[in-house]
Design a protein around this ligand. Structure first.
Ligand SMILES: [Zn+2]
Length: 322
C-alpha cells in the first residue's frame, strides 16, 4: 500500500498535488488505518483530466478504455502493455479456478470490439489457460444461441446483461444446449448495470447452479473478484486490488459484514494506478473463512448501486477502447 501510494505521489501530478495540498507524505502511510485517511478519487477527478493521473509517458500507453458514465460523459482509463498482460493473467487465473480443461471449448459472449477490447482480453486469457475460444459477437440473440448450440461449450463467459438477455429467450423456448455447460461466468461491474438477485435467478433457471459471478471495474484493471463453487461471496483478487467499504455519507470505514460503498485501490497498475476510488456500488466484505476451504481471501458481495433508478434506466450498455 505504501509502495503504490508512493509511486502515485511521485509519478502522477494529480496525486502529487492532492497529497501536498492535504499535507500528506507517503512515508506516513505505514498501516491500513493511515491509508484509510487518504482522500478519495472520484469519477469526476478522472473525467476532468485523466492525463494528470498518468504515471508513465503517453508513449508507454498501449490502450485506453473509454467508460461511459451515468450522465453520458466519457472518462478514460489508460493501460500499459504490462498492465494488460497482468489483466490477462488475472482472467486466466479465474478460468483456472473455475476449472477450465485443456482444449475445452469456451463461448465468449461479448459485443464486438477492437483489438485489446474485452472479448480480445478474454480470448487471450482463455488461450493461455489452454481453452479453445469461440467469440460470440453477433448482436442478434438467435444467431448467438445457434452458435453456442453448435459449439456445445464447456464454459460460457459473457457480460451479465448479455447472459440475462440470452436466458430470457432460452427460458421461453427451452434450453437447447443439452447437457448444461460446466460453468457460466457472468461478468459485471464495468458498466453500471446492476446484476440483481432476480437477474441471477433468471440465468440460473436456464443454466442450473453453474453460474459464477465475476465483478470488475475498468478503473482498477477489470478483475476485482469471482465466486467459488460455494457461491457465497466473490473471492477478492487481493494481489491486484485493495477493497474497502465506507459509509457513503461520511466516508468513514464500515466494519466487516456491514453494507457501504465499495472503494477500490489498484495495486499493480503501472500506467494509471487509482487510489481509493469511489465505485458507487453498495457492498459488504467478510473476512470469515469460506466453506470452499479458502480461509485467507476476503469475500465481497455486491447488493446495489448508489445510482438512482432513473439513471440506471438511461444506463449505457457498452464501453469501448479507443
Ligand atoms: Zn470460496
Amino acid at each position: 500500500m505504501k509502495q503504490v501510494t508512493g509511486y502515485a505521489y511521485e509519478q502522477s501530478s494529480f496525486y502529487g498535488d492532492l497529497f501536498r495540498a492535504e499535507g500528506i507524505t507517503p512515508d506516513t502511510i505505514n498501516d491500513l488505518n493511515a491509508f484509510s485517511k487518504l482522500p478519495f478519487t472520484r469519477a469526476e477527478d478522472i473525467l476532468k483530466n485523466p492525463n494528470l493521473l498518468l504515471c508513465v509517458s503517453h508513449a508507454e500507453v498501449l490502450r485506453g478504455y473509454t467508460v461511459e458514465m451515468l450522465n453520458g460523459q466519457m472518462k478514460q482509463i489508460f493501460f500499459a502493455q504490462d498492465d494488460l498482460e497482468n489483466v490477462i493473467n488475472a482472467i486466466s487465473s479465474v478460468l483456472d479456478s473455475i476449472g477450465i480443461t485443456a482444449n475445452g471449448d469456451l463461448a465468449v459472449v461479448f459485443p464486438q470490439e477492437y483489438e485489446w477490447g474485452i472479448p480480445d482480453l478474454m480470448r487471450r486469457a482463455a488461450t493461455k489457460s489452454g481453452g479453445r475460444v469461440t467469440l460470440v459477437e453477433e448482436p442478434d440473440l438467435d444467431k448467438q444461441i445457434g452458435k453456442i448450440e453448435a459449439l456445445r461449450p464447456e464454459m460460457i463467459v459473457g457480460s451479465a446483461q448479455q447472459l440475462f438477455f440470452l436466458s430470457m429467450v432460452l427460458q421461453k423456448r427451452g434450453n437447447p444446449f443439452g447437457a448444461h455447460p460446466k460453468a457460466v461466468i457472468a461478468c459485471h461491474g464495468c458498466v453500471p448495470y446492476l446484476f440483481t438477485e432476480k437477474a441471477k435467478a433468471a440465468v440460473e433457471r436456464v443454466f442450473g447452479r453453474v453460474l459464477f459471478e465475476h465483478f470488475g471495474v475498468t478503473e482498477t484493471g477489470f478483475n476485482v473478484g469471482v465466486d467459488c463453487r460455494v457461491h457465497d461471496g466473490l473471492h477478492l483478487n487481493e494481489a491486484d486490488v485493495y477493497a474497502e467499504v465506507v459509509d457513503p455519507e461520511t466516508g468513514e470505514p464500515i466494519p466487516p459484514e456491514e453494507r457501504g460503498e465499495l472503494v477500490l485501490t489498484s495495486l499493480s497498475q503501472r500506467a494509471m494506478p487509482i487510489l481509493r476510488y469511489r465505485t458507487g456500488y453498495i457492498s459488504s466484505i467478510t473476512d470469515e473463512p469460506c466453506r470452499c476451504g479458502d480461509s485467507l481471501t476476503r469475500r465481497l458481495k455486491i447488493f446495489d448501486t448508489l445510482a438512482t433508478e432513473e439513471e440506471l434506466l438511461n444506463r449505457p450498455l457498452v464501453f469501448h477502447p479507443f
